[in-house]
Write a protein of this length. Sequence first.
Length: 217
Amino acid sequence: MKSLLTLLSIAVALTILPLVAEAEVVNGVNWADDVTAYASYIQNYDGALMDVETEFWVIGAPDADVNGNGYAWDWGTGDLDYVAGWRGGAADEYIIVYFDTGLVDVLGDDLTICLYSGPKADCTVLASTNGANYTWIGSIGGGTPGYLSNETFDFDGQFTGDVHYVKVLRAEKGKDTGMFFDAFGGTAVPEPGTMTLLFAALGFVAAWRRNRSRKPR
């Protein structure tokens, strides 16, 4: 009997593990897992161009240093390079990030982008379920120099499936239009197929325990 319970426990664990393995989920937030495309001049704050080895600048949980109040950047730490974006005069620069476990259209905000931007910056934000067809979900305007901010977006019923791709596209160029991204995240909601398997496994365990309790001792 113990061996059967062990097998059932393994089955449940194997059902739950993909939720962890397929997404960068930290403290209940589903952070972007990969960068699928970006313009050639995307760089960090220190001017180093992003490549396949440095895509961590914009995936996973936020990692740009902040000072004690949790918002202003600590300019003395030297960790401002843990962001990627644009500055100067190049137009149409962009970054596309990918979520292994898609973002779900829930009640309220569905996407949060952590970033820094100059006072005259402007950016278009688009989302897609398949990486081919993108839908406009909002814009990001200029921020306060020297401060990180969190911009939120509501899918508002625009998608029939989970969102796996988010694209940020530069809309302004020139002085004070720089914009650097730290992280992209949304609510960590398991995919329906995974939840179905989980409930089925848990139901099987519960039924087995009920049947066992009815047997005469």
